[in-house]
Design a binder for this molecule. Structure first.
Ligand code: NAD
Length: 325
């Protein structure tokens, strides 16, 4: 056996099997692709409630799974000796406001199922995403610090904040190795967004290319923290690879990204498509956006796991317009 393949073997034996629950969504699809690029494809299992996996991730193992079926999830993870779980299944901010009872159920119960599996020693490491929605109208809106007032006013934000508290509690009480990021709004061209308040910043690129115009559901000066998906995936894997001893935050790390308003992203698109037109018709999502920060301080992530942003607004616009068909 060549020397390098010996090292390769050690790498995935150490890692064990990984499952991504909610792999059919905006983040899950790209995370599955990235992990399968980095590790052996058959070690990275994609799972989702959808019957069929999105085309992009049909190259590896896929299992249909309902995170709310606690017994089935437990059996699958125990029987298949899964060591790492990325739990992405959730109802997002805008959708959650329309169905608060179910949002609370889905966003909380699945988390307990996985935290308990780790507490019992079956699962070794968990990634569970939080969101900038944990902040609320009383939070300092500019350069929001890691530790600050958190009074979320949406059911989504309340579920994410409660989830963070439980993650930290399981780490402190039971030594569960759970890691989390407060993602800003995520922008990608490979998989569509799933019903969040920042979805406009993806839709705008499609409409700009297809129709040359876009009606935004937020007002022109609503600044929100956003991030290009490549950066978010890199951050996720970087946090999961970081030595546990370096991590000071077991609730969820702030991640800043790029802050821009609808007017600013429109102007960035106009640099490439000069005839692009934007109009504004704020709807119920304006109130959600108004309760969230304008920009985020991510100095803890920078210090603890060397986080560094890759994409600014201009570079992201260029890549989005180039890749959207
Ligand atoms: P998404 O809606 O695109 O994907 C979620 C996936 O979960 C979907 O494929 C869906 O089919 C699956 N799912 C739903 N119910 C399920 C169930 N009962 N069992 C198994 N799978 C189920 O969401 P996303 O944007 O990929 O977000 C993933 C995670 O990241 C969520 O926890 C979300 O709150 C968080 N997050 C996302 C953003 C963003 O901008 N996309 C920002 C902050 C946080």
């Amino acid at each position: 056996i060549p020397f390098f393949s010996g090292i390769f073997l050690v790498k995935f034996v150490l890692m064990g099997k990984t499952i991504i629950i909610g792999a059919g969504g905006q983040i899950g699809t790209e995370l599955t692709l990235a992990l399968r690029n980095q590790y052996a494809t058959d070690q990275i299992i994609a799972a989702d409630i959808k019957e069929v996996a999105p085309t992009l991730i049909q190259d590896g193992p896929y299992v249909q799974m309902d995170i709310l079926n606690r017994d089935a999830v437990r059996s699958y993870i125990i029987d298949n000796q899964i060591e790492t779980v990325y739990l992405l299944a959730a109802l997002l901010s805008a959708t959650a406001e329309k169905n608060p009872d179910f949002a609370w159920k889905l966003n909380m119960e699945g988390l307990f199922t996985i935290l308990d599996l780790a507490k019992e020693g079956y699962v070794k490491k968990i990634f569970w995403p939080s969101s900038i929605a944990v902040f609320g109208p009383t939070t300092p809106a500019d350069n929001t610090p890691q530790h600050t007032v958190m009074e979320p006013s949406t059911v989504y934000g309340i579920s994410k904040q409660a989830g963070e508290r439980w993650c930290e509690y399981y780490y402190n009480k039971f030594g569960v190795d759970v890691r989390s990021i407060r993602y800003p709004g995520l922008i990608s061209y490979k998989s569509p967004p799933g019903g969040g308040t920042t979805d406009y910043a993806v839709d705008i690129f499609y409409k700009a290319k297809q129709e040359g115009k876009f009606t935004c559901f937020l007002s022109k000066d609503t600044a929100l923290p956003m991030m290009f998906m490549d950066d978010a995936i890199r951050a996720t894997i970087q946090l999961m690879d970081a030595p546990a001893s370096r991590l000071r935050i077991r609730s969820a790390y702030n991640l800043g990204g790029i802050s821009f308003t609808p007017e600013e992203i429109a102007s960035s698109i106009k640099n490439h498509l000069p005839s692009f037109e934007m109009t504004y018709e704020p709807d119920f999502r304006q109130a959600i956006a108004d309760s969230w920060p304008n920009s985020i301080d991510d100095s803890y992530a920078q210090a603890d796991w060397e986080w560094k942003l890759g994409f600014d607004l201009e570079r992201m616009t260029e890549v989005m317009l180039k890749n959207i068909q």
